[in-house]
Design a protein around this ligand. Sequence first.
Ligand SMILES: Nc1ncnc2c1ncn2[C@@H]1O[C@H](COP(=O)(O)OP(=O)(O)OP(=O)(O)O)[C@@H](O)[C@H]1O
Ligand SMILES: [Mg+2]
Length: 347
Amino acid sequence: MIELRGITQIYPGPQGPVEALRGIDLHVTPGEVFGIIGRSGAGKSSLVRVINLLNRPTKGQVVVAGRDMTQLDDAALRAARREIGMVFQHFNLLSSRTVFENAALPLELAGMSGAAIRQRVGPLLELVGLAHLADRYPAQISGGQKQRVGIARALASNPKVLLSDEATSALDPETTRSILDLLRQVNRELGVTVVLITHQMQVIKQIADRVAVIDAGRIVEMGPVVEIFTRPRQDITKSLIDEIVPQELPASVLARVRALAARLAPGDSGQLMRLSYAGEQAYEPILSHLIRELGLDLSILHGQIDEIQEQTFGSLAVYASGSMARIGAAIDYLRTQGVVVNTVEVN
Ligand SMILES: Nc1ncnc2c1ncn2[C@@H]1O[C@H](COP(=O)(O)OP(=O)(O)OP(=O)(O)O)[C@@H](O)[C@H]1O
Ligand SMILES: [Mg+2]
């Protein structure tokens, strides 16, 4: 649906050129929710604005729904943009227009008749849950409601793609959840491909199928969300995930490990491990196998079990004690079961 090849974006700046994007290759497939995450200044907005050519890339190719966007003349580009809706962090509503008139704006600009506009916008306002507020002005509605207007406006011309640049960053957590649910519904029910930019892993976790991590203008890691959560490779990815799954164990856990280590039976070893796991199987049978079949002692010290994309996702800190050979066998067994095992040394 969206193909970016070798995208470079260089802005002129007072201290010389700023290279905001440095060779981005990206393929977004039809019907997916694709998340792009990165710290402030990483190049997220630059990247998303390249997709509808709000920014013309310095180098590279942008293909959306089979059209090479950089090759279109102005009229063809305007037509192509109607297939790409966009929502913004600060909603960008016109304060002198009602909810209805804001949502209708793209249709008016496209020269649609009043009757046709009413036919289109009515159901749209139903979809986003604002039919009862159609005559209010932006100053008379909440932030979440403003974003719903933004989404209705973005959907007015029936786009194939919806771009979202930090659409929930100005909203509280509960409103964020409801707006993300609405974007998910738009994706599932209307089949709209969604590309969303965020600096919050929580947003990625709730809605995205795949995620790309962008840092200093480059994609440094990319994959299915569950995969990235269980096997983050880059430090930047780990620090972004930390918000949801703390990557460092609390001092109290380490203190308990030291206490357990001090009480080991003669000849036994102890090993602290962090286990990450995603999928249909449950943890418990795997852990009880370690206890029963391998005769290990296990203490579960810390962790959480959560859900990402309807898959169970868990992260546990476990202290295993027993013979060195049995601990080694346990780690091998866990890995054959698809559990990611990281051993942690405690001094
Ligand atoms: N119009 C511009 N002119 C010059 N430099 C720019 C321009 N727009 C962005 N930049 C620079 O390009 C880099 C990437 O900016 P961009 O806005 O894409 O980052 P971002 O990831 O969206 O950040 P944020 O999370 O703060 O919105 C930054 O160093 C920024 O200062
Ligand atoms: Mg930005």
